[in-house]
Design a protein around this ligand. Structure first.
Ligand SMILES: Nc1ncnc2c1ncn2[C@@H]1O[C@H](COP(=O)(O)OP(=O)(O)OP(=O)(O)O)[C@@H](O)[C@H]1O
Length: 252
């Protein structure tokens, strides 16, 4: 039986009085890539942000339903939210490195939790940059500003920063939409190489990308989950007409 890393049941999200997500139930199998797709405004990012409680950072948001990470309620009273966001890390659409060196960007979250050992920090930086497939490009200039890198390189440094926290799950919100096809392909290749060790959830507008890299695809529409299944099934034989219409470019 497939082991799930994250499970969700009847997740609803409202911004103020307006309900944007109407009760989504979806499981995220361990060591698989799940793609969330759907037209603009259907609730993909809203749902993704629930998975590591990033919505808590926004004003006037109400989340209900159940979200469990390794069988623990992530909205439970004893949860350490900072630790949770390290275990379930997030990479955003725009690469957003801090105005520090590449080295300090990667090790930033570890510094925040008290890492001062130079040798340990060196090891974590190298391992994370290697996993993010950017070590060879930056190893001779780790003290250069991360902001001096190209967009694609910055995105891989941001991924390395998440990996430095030794997460279990990596959430990515349209991580390649600001990148050219070559930089996007590098990120896709990196994600495929990471899935043996991590559970990955990616929001994407790029249908080819979803079909290339994901194991499971979920289609959302107007705040509802229309269907979720193995990616091949969704793309070849979707159950719902709305999914088929979306895949055929009839809306979105
Ligand atoms: N911070 C917010 N405050 C108020 N409403 C929001 C906020 N974030 C999202 N919404 C609303 O929630 C709905 C879902 O938005 P969301 O960004 O989750 O969709 P999406 O599918 O990720 O869209 P896109 O593909 O354009 O990024 C939209 O109606 C949006 O206006």
């Amino acid at each position: 039986m497939t082991e799930n890393s994250l499970t969700t049941k009847d997740v609803k999200v409202s911004y103020g009085q307006h309900e944007s997500l109407h009760g989504v139930t979806l499981d995220f199998p361990k060591n698989q890539i799940t793609a969330l797709m759907g037209p603009s405004g259907c609730g993909k990012s809203t749902f993704l942000r629930c998975l590591n409680r990033s919505n808590d950072l926004l004003p006037d948001v109400t989340v209900s339903g159940e979200i469990e990470f390794e069988q623990q309620d992530i909205y439970g009273p004893k949860v350490n939210v900072v630790a949770l966001r390290t275990q379930i890390g997030m990479v955003y659409q725009q690469p957003t490195p801090f105005p520090f060196s590449i080295y300090e960007n990667v090790i930033f979250s570890q510094r925040m939790i008290g890492l001062h050992d130079r040798q340990k920090a060196d090891e974590i930086v190298e391992r994370s940059l290697r996993q993010a497939a950017i070590w060879d490009e930056v190893k001779d200039r780790l003290q250069r500003s991360a902001q001096s890198l190209s967009g694609g390189q910055q995105q891989r440094v941001c991924l390395a920063s998440v990996l430095a926290g030794a997460p279990e799950v990596i959430l990515l919100d349209e991580p390649t939409s600001a990148l050219d096809p070559i930089a996007s392909a590098k990120i896709e290749g990196t994600l495929l190489s990471l899935k043996d060790s991590y559970t990955i959830v990616i929001v994407t507008h790029n249908l080819q990308q979803a079909s290339r890299i994901s194991d499971q695809t979920a289609f959302l529409l107007n705040g509802d989950l229309v269907e979720a299944d193995a990616t091949k099934t969704i793309f070849m034989t979707p159950r719902e007409q709305a999914t088929s219409d979306y895949l055929n470019g009839k809306f979105g």
